[in-house]
Design a protein around this ligand. Structure first.
Ligand code: SF4
Length: 382
């Protein structure tokens, strides 16, 4: 086997004026930055030129560093209508939301590279279903694979019932991606043994939030930007949601937002926040719960909570139980029953529960999380 080596591309063609222009969104993370795809056929050898009236960007080249410059990683050759086509995939500088100035992370910035091209490392992509036969995975036709899946499925349902047919699917991305699979499971198989993403059943992954009446996906990127104080537990959005951090949170930090990170590693985003007046609570992995509970306890013991806001927005007992707001009356299967079975009934009941927990005692929480309590008493600078 030869030694792998990498010869970088140094030249790519500019899209001609008549290239197809398709808007799309990056599918690498939930931020969903806007992108534009420029596509035109290899056949005929058309290419854009350096003058504004010769290329699809409508700009004169060379451009300034943040102009309509295209990196080799943003170019590929793909098959469209069985004909090879050039594609250029670049962040959309015309979006009015999300990546509003046309920025991207390094992941999204190279999205063109993941489109199938038999000349590139994407050549190892599966092009047909695989079935293990005689101990070896073998490519088979879709008809053959679907026949087997249907026969096995029918056998399982007939012998053991619909709930023996379990379905676990991904989530996020786009509704179009999840619609067919969920319709198949819920309408045609009719199994309760169905769920998405990270949940054990078709329920919320943040039941406490839902019981309190909040939609956990409620905040907009503008809210992340506008918050006076932002607490981020167990993640660094600079790593996981880069544009949300660089375009929305970083400018807020520069304008005085206090950012508190709970996390075991001093990641780049945490280091940035620390250097700009933020606080890092460096806890042991998996100990966020007692630390957040202890912070909440200090707030409620001192009466620092926003009473008006809680009265207006947090569910009371009736609202939670009856499914007002985001109660669990919408649970398709009684993973958790509703009436009278909630962990807490309303804000006052939650407060009583919180104060009764050993782990919400600040010193106990600090011992569990192995954090320096003195650090958390330092005033946030700036
Ligand atoms: S932050 Fe990066 S990975 Fe996420 S959607 Fe935007 S470009 Fe894609």
């Amino acid at each position: 086997m030869g030694t792998p080596y990498y010869i970088p591309e140094t030249n790519i063609p500019l899209p001609p004026v008549n290239a197809d222009i398709i808007t799309t969104a990056c599918d690498y993370c939930i931020v969903a930055c806007g992108y534009k795809v420029y596509r035109w056929p290899l056949k005929g050898g058309a290419q854009g030129g350096p003058n504004a009236d010769e290329n699809a960007f409508g700009v004169d080249f060379p451009v300034d560093p943040l102009g309509a410059w295209v990196a080799p990683n943003q170019y590929n050759v793909v098959s469209h209508n069985n004909e090879p086509h050039h594609i250029i995939v670049v962040p959309d500088k015309d979006t009015s939301v999300v990546n509003t100035n046309g920025d991207s992370s390094v992941r999204g910035g190279a999205i063109a590279q993941k489109v199938y091209n038999p000349q590139t490392p994407t050549r190892d992509r599966l092009k047909s279903p695989m079935i293990r036969m005689f101990g070896t995975l073998m490519p088979v036709s879709w008809d053959f694979a679907l026949d087997i899946a249907a026969e096995v499925g029918s056998h399982v349902i007939k012998k053991h019932g619909a709930n023996a047919y379990a379905m676990k699917m991904f989530s996020y991305g786009f509704m179009e991606n999840t619609y067919a699979v969920s319709k198949f499971a819920l309408r045609h198989i009719s199994t309760a043994n169905f769920t998405f993403h990270d949940t054990p059943s078709d329920v919320t992954s943040t039941p406490g939030f839902r019981d309190a009446g909040f939609d956990n996906f409620g905040p907009s990127y503008q809210d992340w930007h506008d918050a006076d104080t932002l607490m981020i537990c167990g993640t660094d959005p600079y790593e996981t949601k880069t544009i949300l951090f660089t375009q929305w949170i970083m400018p807020a930090i520069q304008n005085g937002q206090k950012t508190i990170f709970l996390g075991p590693r001093r990641t780049a985003g945490i280091a940035y926040a620390e250097q700009n007046g933020g606080l890092w609570i460096d806890l042991q992995p998996g100990t966020d719960l007692p630390v957040v509970s202890a912070i909440a306890r200090v707030i409620v013991e001192n009466g620092w909570e926003d009473k008006e806001w809680i009265k207006k927005w947090v569910n009371n007992k009736f609202e939670s139980s009856s499914g007002f707001g985001q109660g669990t009356r919408n649970t398709p299967w009684q993973w958790r029953t509703t009436w009278g079975k909630f962990h807490t009934k309303d804000y006052d009941d939650w407060k009583k529960w919180l104060l009764a927990q050993d782990f919400s005692d600040p010193q106990t929480a600090a011992d569990i999380a192995q954090i320096d309590v003195q650090k958390s008493t330092l005033p946030l600078s700036g």
